[in-house]
Design a protein around this ligand. Sequence first.
Ligand SMILES: Cc1cc2nc3c(=O)[nH]c(=O)nc-3n(C[C@H](O)[C@H](O)[C@H](O)COP(=O)(O)OP(=O)(O)OC[C@H]3O[C@@H](n4cnc5c(N)ncnc54)[C@H](O)[C@@H]3O)c2cc1C
Length: 462
Amino acid sequence: MTVPAAVIDSLADIVGREALRHAADLRSRDPGIHPDNFGGDLMVRPAETGELSRVLACCHAARVAVVPQGGRTGLAGGAVSRPGQVIVSLDRMNRIEALDPVSRTVQVGAGVTLAALAAQAAEHGLSPGIDLGARDSATIGGMISTNAGGASAFRHGTMRDRVLGLEVVLADGAVLSELGLVRKRNEGLQVERIFAGAEGTLGVIARATLSLVPADGPAATAMVGLRDLAAGVALADTLLRNRSLTLTALELMSANHAATVCRSCALKGFDELLATPYLLLVAGSAASSAAAEAALVAELEAAASLELILDAVVAQNEAQRAAMWRMREDWAVDREYPGGIWFDVSVPLAQLPGYLHSASARLKGHPAGLSVFVIGHLGDGNVHLTVNAAQPVTDRYEEIAELVTADLAAYGGSFSAEHGIGLEKRATLQRLVSPVKLALMRRLKDALDPLGIMNPGKVLPD
Ligand SMILES: Cc1cc2nc3c(=O)[nH]c(=O)nc-3n(C[C@H](O)[C@H](O)[C@H](O)COP(=O)(O)OP(=O)(O)OC[C@H]3O[C@@H](n4cnc5c(N)ncnc54)[C@H](O)[C@@H]3O)c2cc1C
């Protein structure tokens, strides 16, 4: 199946031939995280909402499917495209249009990257209030569409919570412009909210207004070795209540993850930490670096006296701080053990040790000899489990997913914390979500996209 030549000509008339990319061109480019992101045979790159609207109207009239793409860093396959589909890239809609430092709001094109927004906000002593490892490529439109979380979500919520308003182009090209700049706006249903977390299945986000937060003050960073996960939860609880340290990061990793990164990236100086079962990257800010370090060290000494932590290293310079973050964010596990599967679950913090203990026991009992690597954002009970074995296990996704999710609901958890459903978790969604919710999702999809052209086959079955 291919995009009809007449449609290609119409799209060229709308955006200009130079703003189209054809299959051969796409195949020579980096597709991002999923190898099939560039499976479609045409990419259209509109420059502004008007062009985007005409692109969608054209595809709608010709019943050609549309796959929106931002930075292609999504981890659930939501940006995968197939022959006959048109990729709509937001990369040219990348202008930071207005930043109001007093109201702490910003209006951006959907293609602005998180890093670009963070840099601009920093010039005014502000921050987007959200951060994640893919910051250099992930776009605001993609982050809203996946309702991204990241390392700061325990403080400022997920991307949906950062949004004040949206401009969205609907499947037929109609433009819903609700670019509010205020935090309080009760004007009937906030219909634009439905597009946050919709993964491009209901419309294309063109622009957004976001709420900014004051930038953090000078910080101190430490890597601690936990006695066990329960000790990590107790330490998190204490740190979250501390009044002299604003906790800015609480990033968890299992020792096998940390050891793999240290080996792969030649990170030195963490040997004693690697002998503990879990490591926790703790960062906090205060009025000065000295005050932050003093408050952090006092907390860690108290934790050590309670035997919650077995070892700790406080970063003494930028290189040490960067090494600690690398230990958390590097993807050495996926490089060194390809053929594994990622899971993205969240559990109420107090229940996390019980859930992880029980899920690990189920996984380790599997005959394939599964290994489990854990990283996560401890502050909000969100952990990513990478499950692999000597042989690739990618074709055993559903069977392993059942082990991961077996008692999640009993612990009050979610099978999809922050990466969305995309292609990967569609079966799990059908298995674990109530029929009433599924039927409502289907009715909304049919109402907004009756021809089914918006990112078909993602989230819900075709
Ligand atoms: C190293 C690394 C670290 C990461 N860390 C985190 C993390 O800590 N927390 C977290 O939540 N995620 C994390 N992610 C996942 C990823 O960064 C997020 O899913 C991000 O929000 C996707 O943004 P994107 O612009 O790359 O979107 P894409 O990957 O291009 O698209 C993702 C989905 O959104 C849709 N979409 C994209 N743009 C639009 C638009 N304008 N309108 C409508 N739909 C659109 C696509 O169709 C697709 O379904 C990480 C990824 C990597 C590679």
